[in-house]
Design a protein around this ligand. Structure first.
Ligand SMILES: [Zn+2]
Length: 106
């Protein structure tokens, strides 16, 4: 096959690993704040929301990395169509193609 300088999937993998690390740190930090008496200056609702979205982002990148290991990465989980690389470059943890994503949210 053709030999490229760098496989785009490798680039996506490093950015997912980067994300995973980042959100793990963020979650650790936020969890530590939530255990402090003053909650690190956050009000309870903000902290809960931040922890929720960090946890979600962490799960998303973990799932994408697992799918990469399984070889199902880049395939829509709903209709099994290939997710375009341009979409994955914007949203490396995308689980659905654009039409399916629209159906999910809309
Ligand atoms: Zn789809």
């Amino acid at each position: 096959m053709t030999s490229t300088v760098q496989d785009p999937i490798d680039l996506l993998r490093s950015s997912l690993e980067e994300q995973f690390k980042l959100y793990t740190e963020q979650l650790t930090e936020l969890t530590a704040c939530s255990r402090q008496p003053g909650r690190g200056g956050y009000d309870r609702d903000t902290l809960t929301a931040l922890i929720g979205s960090a946890r979600q982002a962490l799960a998303d990148s973990a799932r994408a990395l697992r799918r990469m290991a399984e070889g199902s990465y880049g395939t829509c989980e709903r209709c099994t169509a290939d997710i375009p690389l341009e979409r994955l470059e914007i949203l490396p943890h995308a689980r659905f193609c654009v039409p399916c994503q629209r159906q999910q949210t809309g």
